[in-house]
Design a protein around this ligand. Structure first.
Ligand code: SAH
Length: 401
């Protein structure tokens, strides 16, 4: 029998209990009644004030998110590693079944795979793991994760990518990024048949926004004519559009990102239906303003800006930013044109995005219909009750007049 006697009990306040009962996995420190002396990263049993069990959780002694629920069941210390292993097996099997035409996807999406605090991405034969909590930094849990990933992907290498800011927040000792197994840090990977360079050894975040993978393919289903991809990063939307459009321009303010985008273009040259993609280093706000004033026109425009609203307070300013971008894009689209507009701000929900869009459509004096309301790709599912897992919105609209 597993031994339960080393496990701490933690009592959640009514507010914490309501949160858990509503389906969330997190309890904030201010909603715990007793957590003194609980070891960092420990498996704990959570109870309400009357002592009724609420489940088993992983504890952080430093984060404001003190508790991340692992299971509604009472789990013994001896069962923890096998439960984690089982969840990893399920996460991998789910992706293998549902991810199409791509060798790259999010293998483990923390909370949505009931492995809160752990992220693993696969870029073809390079896996990248990110540990976000004290619990997944525990040697026994780390080794369980590593050995499961090695079993599932024996040909791959696994890079443990350290975010020093997160380690500081979790009060974990400073550590460098390192290989957990294998030694390949760079590779070429494919999303919907489009090739991309990946280099896990460079300082900046390379790789892809894997959550947009299915939206790239969806955008390409409607895209036509001349296209403009704003906030292109390493060119993912632009390259997908370049397989169906006859001219593609793409803008980003980051020169290093555009350099990779250009290399990605070379990699896919044979697949592209357009001439050379025009990569423009500029502030997208300025460029859209200048181009719309100058009367430029397009048949397809993609807007995929960074998260403007990092907090609730920033929503109003962020919405103004989104509206400005969308207004200018709507003015430049020809009749029949396609607008692909995204927001990855968790604080700007789908209804806010649609409301912003309807304001922009009215101001632009256009008639527009929504073709698709989309979210993140299937390997980033939303866990009901944890709204933080639903952050990416992508609306595809058509200008009909
Ligand atoms: N569409 C991309 C992801 C975009 S991420 C993809 O699917 O891969 C956001 C990008 O916006 C980053 O590459 C960043 O360099 C760029 N960016 C941020 N602010 C910008 C600005 N004001 N003008 C142009 N690009 C900007």
């Amino acid at each position: 029998m597993p031994r339960n006697d080393t496990i701490s009990f933690i009592t959640a306040s009514n507010r914490g209990v309501q949160r858990l009962k509503g389906g969330h996995l997190w309890v904030y420190r201010s909603d715990l009644l007793n957590a003194e002396g609980v070891p960092p990263g420990a498996l704990v049993h959570v109870r309400d004030e009357r002592g009724r069990p609420l489940g088993s959780a992983l504890y952080s002694s430093s984060s404001q998110i003190a508790i991340r629920l692992l299971s509604s069941k009472v789990i013994g210390a001896g069962e923890l590693l096998s439960l984690v292993r089982e969840r990893i097996d399920l996460a991998v099997a789910f992706r293998r079944k549902h991810v199409r035409d791509s060798d790259s996807f999010r293998v483990i999406f923390g909370e949505a795979d009931l492995l809160p605090g752990l992220i693993v991405d696969k870029y073809n034969d390079v896996l990248v793991m990110q540990v976000l909590t004290q619990a997944f930094d525990r040697e026994d849990l780390r080794q369980t994760v590593i050995s499961a990933l090695r079993d599932h992907f024996p040909e791959a290498s696994l890079l443990d990518r350290v975010d020093s800011h997160i380690r500081e927040l979790e009060q974990l000792p400073v550590r460098e990024s390192e290989f957990a197994f294998g030694d390949r840090a760079s590779t070429v990977f494919h999303l919907n048949g489009v090739g991309f360079h990946f280099d896990g050894s460079t300082g900046q975040k390379t790789g892809a926004f894997l959550d947009q993978r299915e939206n790239y393919a969806a955008a390409a289903r409607y895209a036509h004519g001349s296209a403009l991809d704003c906030f292109t990063y390493q060119g993912a939307f632009a390259l997908h559009l370049a397989r169906v459009c006859n001219a593609v321009s793409a803008v980003d303010s980051s020169r290093p990102a555009l350099e990779v985008a250009e290399q990605n273009e070379q990699l896919n040259r044979d697949l592209l239906t357009c001439g050379d993609i025009e990569w423009i280093e500029a502030n997208a706000f300025d460029l859209l303003k200048d181009y719309s004033t100058a009367g430029h026109q397009y048949d397809t425009i993609v807007l995929d800006p960074p998260a403007f609203a990092k907090s609730k307070k920033a929503v109003e300013t962020a919405t103004r930013g989104y509206k400005e971008l969308n207004l200018r894009a709507l003015k430049m689209l020809r009749s029949g044109g396609i607008l692909v507009t995204c927001s990855c701000s968790f604080h700007v929900g789908e209804s806010e995005l649609l409301e912003m869009l309807s304001g922009a459509v009215a101001d632009a004096g256009r008639r527009v219909r929504i073709l698709e309301k989309r979210g993140a790709a299937i390997d980033h599912p939303t866990l009901v009750g944890v709204p933080e897992t639903h952050y990416l919105k992508c609306v595809i609209a058509q200008i009909i007049e």
